[in-house]
Ligand binder design. Structure first.
Ligand code: FO1
Length: 303
């Protein structure tokens, strides 16, 4: 079975981990968000691609959901003492990956080629692709000003309400090599339970990619990131309330328009399916352990 999954970082990575337990990973292509990439301390960091890579390779910190397990912070302590930027926490183990990626990008390799090599070295069986090799960056408009995604999310602790989200560079961005082929040859297209605005939104902002999904002849299934109208972690619920007008399944589905055929919602939202324009499937969506992740993946594929 061939599966194309659009995914953000933490929630998406957990979802893909369950998916590869129930389908042959060789048939899975993950199209990852690069809108929250940043340049910091001279390094190119791709947090969402890295969360997927670390999670699938079994190297990730399960509790944090990002970065490496058994991490130490010696380099960052030095950065802090020397007055460098230390608000974005790069651990010693994690730094090694950013050094290799940054060097390869500076040598002119596209992000997709660098990511493929990192994934191969980490032993990943799935194909991991950035949505685009071009520069596409998410900006967050708030009453306090407009900020690059990570400044709003990490440095400001996503405390500001969000008025709008902008994807800088999207109009010129082309899908990375392999993305369109993966979508067009998939038996099913999945939208991971990631934030629709800042995780899936930047992927869909790549026009040809969105058109490929719009032209699909196979089902597209999204998993809602909300449980009982609340985000498991992060600002998705506040963003939906303010920008979509609510946090019901219909509000989540409205972010994807006719790009999806099915929305998988949690049991806690099953009472609230009014105005939902796509077919609902009710499941337990909290990915608390391996069994829960596998059960969710099975339900999504059965849908
Ligand atoms: N998230 C935080 O909340 N604080 C951090 O200091 C932080 C550092 C970081 C370093 C590398 C990496 O791959 C991810 C990191 N994240 C951090 C997570 C990241 O900002 C977000 O989870 C994603 O961008 C949202 O999908």
């Amino acid at each position: 079975m061939k599966v194309a999954v659009l995914s953000g970082g933490v929630g998406g990575a957990r979802f893909v981990r369950g998916l590869v337990d129930v389908v042959d990973p060789e048939g899975v292509t993950v199209v990852g968000n690069v809108g929250d990439d940043l340049e910091i301390l001279g390094l190119h960091v791709s947090p969402d691609l890295d969360s997927i890579l670390y999670t699938l390779a079994g190297l990730g910190d399960e509790e944090r959901g990002w970065g490496r397990a058994d991490e130490t912070w010696n380099a960052l302590d030095t950065v802090e003492r020397l007055g460098g930027s230390s608000w974005f926490r790069l651990g010693d183990r994690d730094l090694g990956l950013h050094l290799v990626r940054t060097e390869a990008l500076r040598a002119g390799e596209p992000l997709s080629a660098v990511t493929a090599e990192l994934a191969r070295r980490a032993g990943l069986a799935v194909r991991l692709l950035p949505a685009t090799d071009d520069e596409l960056r998410t900006w967050i408009e708030t009453p306090a000003g407009t900020f690059p995604f990570q400044v709003w999310f990490v440095e400001r602790g996503h405390r500001d309400e969000v008025d709008a989200v902008r994807y800088e560079g999207a109009s010129a961005a082309r899908p990375a090599p392999g993305v369109i082929e993966a979508i067009e040859s998939a038996d099913v297209i999945l939208f991971a339970p990631s934030n629709p605005y800042v995780s899936i939104g930047p992927i869909l902002a790549v026009r040809e990619l969105e058109e490929a999904i719009r032209g699909r002849r196979v089902p597209a299934v999204a998993v809602s990131p909300l449980i009982g109208g609340r985000a498991v972690k992060g600002p998705a619920d506040r963003m939906l309330a303010r920008m979509a007008g609510g946090t019901t399944p219909a509000h989540v589905a409205s972010c994807y328009g006719d790009l999806i055929d099915v929305l998988v919602v949690d049991e806690a939202d099953a009472h609230d399916l009014e105005n939902l324009a796509v077919r609902p499937v009710v499941a337990k969506t909290l990915m608390s352990d391996g069994d829960a992740r596998r059960r969710l993946a099975e339900t999504v594929l059965a849908a």
